[in-house]
Design a protein around this ligand. Structure first.
Ligand code: AMP
Ligand code: MG
Length: 472
């Protein structure tokens, strides 16, 4: 096979990227490698040679015939429009298997044309964190970029402290973001060519539709709805849903300050820079909607020649988001409750339950497992509002054909284990000190999140002071 393809570079004008080799590192050492993922990819044969593999995964040496690039993009960060781009990442190329194309990207691979004042590097701790979180999301059945390897660079990275540096190999259906369209629209005159490339890559059937740009917007919207509903199902808080961190392929991307919610509260935020709670747990659907409006805006010239007409059509499409999201969200919540034949009435059941969980600071994940095993915690069981809720829940479930049918649905939708913040921090600390075993042990547990195993209990007060960070 040819080393790796690069359809992005081959099809787009040079405004969209800059040719960029990774900056070689001193002393690379593979800390983890995802064999299961590697087996699903059509990786170049040369990589079976360990020396070639380490040079490849550390960016020390590109494979012959490949053309690594850094991609240009823009984006709205906390609502502010900015020019961005791969400031610490390099796309090595694309591997294609059975018609599926995957980007192979190094993150933390050194400065590029888009680095601004950054050093182009990443810390070992944050790259291991991305590896763990993204793989956990994959095993939870949620669309995400994946992690092939983490390589320690042997160099120091300076943040608030001196850290070990590392490079993550990230695998994605593509790294095309809402912000890539903002870039195409406002920094180039290539919006149509760019959009056609993206549609050919991700949604080729759309070329048959009358208005491919509008239909593309519709596709991205629906993928985003599915994704956010999945996040809400497991209590995932992305933490930095800027438009440059929203993949048009509908994958969870950019694991900076993300975290999982423990006690249920709609306003849960862990990111140190999100002081207003813009990206709080319960705000995620609204932000996805906002980001889609930005995408719609960028696509306007392709939606209709007449600007008013384009705005009209785009607005109509975007305004369907809340209704579609609601249907999908309640269907998911009703699944978590094991109600097979949902009715509109069940929405009230969901809302009442969440109000109870919030009032009593009940752990979101553990609640659904304990509900399934008839062992909800005392403070809830003793609340008369909960007792009457439970009767209504029993009634709703009585519409199921059998008890087992409902339990099966609950088991499929309610994870028993998630990457708990305190455990993630613990294994990262050990890994940075040189002991990777606890990290691997946690990863093993997280790879079977729906299998019955011990529930995880969070030390009280841990979350109150817990903070996560961007770009470390
Ligand atoms: P993020 O917060 O990871 O989405 O990054 C936002 C932007 O900052 C992207 O353009 C990144 O490439 C860039 N960036 C983040 N960290 C660094 C770094 N250490 N060096 C250079 N660019 C960076
Ligand atoms: Mg980003």
């Amino acid at each position: 096979m040819a080393a790796l393809e690069n359809s992005y570079r081959d099809n787009l004008s040079s405004e969209f990227y800059s040719d960029q080799l990774p900056v070689p590192v001193q002393n690379p050492d593979i800390i983890c490698f995802n064999h299961d993922l590697a087996d699903t990819l059509n990786l170049p044969k040369e990589l079976s040679n360990p020396e070639v593999a380490i040079n490849f995964l550390s960016g020390k040496e590109a494979l012959n015939g490949t053309h690594p690039i850094a991609q240009a993009y823009a984006g709205h960060q906390f609502g502010q429009f900015t020019m961005l781009g791969d400031g610490r990442a390099v796309l090595l190329g694309e591997s294609v298997r059975d018609g599926h194309r995957f980007d192979i990207q190094l993150k933390g691979s050194g400065v590029t044309k888009y680095s601004r004042r950054g050093d182009g590097r990443a810390t070992l701790s944050s790259m291991l964190r991305e590896y763990l979180m993204s793989e956990a999301m994959h095993h939870l059945g949620i669309k995400t970029t994946r992690s092939l390897a983490v390589v320690k660079t042997g160099e120091s990275v300076y943040r608030e402290q001196v850290n070990d540096g590392a490079i993550l190999t990230r695998i994605a259906e593509s790294h095309i973001r809402v912000g890539s369209f903002e870039y195409a629209r406002y920094y180039t005159d290539q919006l149509a060519a760019f959009t056609k490339y993206v549609i050919k890559r991700h949604d080729p059937d759309l070329f048959e539709s009358e208005n491919y740009a509008l239909e593309f917007l519709n596709r991205v919207m629906n993928r985003q709805i599915d994704l956010i509903v999945d996040w809400m199902r497991v209590g995932f808080i992305h933490g930095v849903m800027n438009t440059d961190n929203m993949s048009i392929a509908g994958e969870t991307i950019d694991y900076g300050p993300c975290a999982f919610m423990n006690a249920y509260h709609i306003n849960t935020v862990f990111s140190s820079i999100d002081r207003q709670g813009r990206y709080a747990f319960g705000n995620q659907p609204r932000i996805a909607h906002w980001n889609l409006a930005i995408l719609a805006n960028a696509l306007l010239p392709l939606i209709a020649k007449d600007e008013k007409e384009a705005v009209n059509q785009a607005e109509q499409m975007i305004q369907s988001f809340p209704g579609l999201y609601e249907v999908s969200y309640y269907k998911m919540m009703v699944n978590k409750l094991g109600i097979v034949h949902a009715s509109l009435e069940d929405r009230k059941l969901v809302d009442e339950l969440l109000a109870l969980l919030q009032k009593h600071h009940v752990d979101y994940t553990n609640f659904f497992v304990s509900l399934r095993y008839n062992s909800v915690e005392q403070k809830l069981a003793e609340d008369s509002v909960y007792q009457s809720w439970q009767k209504k829940w029993d009634q709703a479930r009585s519409r199921n054909n059998s008890l087992e049918e409902g339990l099966k649905l609950m088991d499929q939708n309610n994870p028993v284990v998630i990457p708990r913040n305190h455990l993630v921090e613990e294994v990262l600390k050990k890994a940075v000190e040189g002991d990777i075993d606890p990290f691997n042990q946690l990863m093993t547990k997280l790879s079977k999140p729906y299998t019955h195993q011990d529930m995880q209990y969070v030390p009280s007060d841990f979350d109150e002071s817990y903070q996560t960070f961007c770009g470390t």
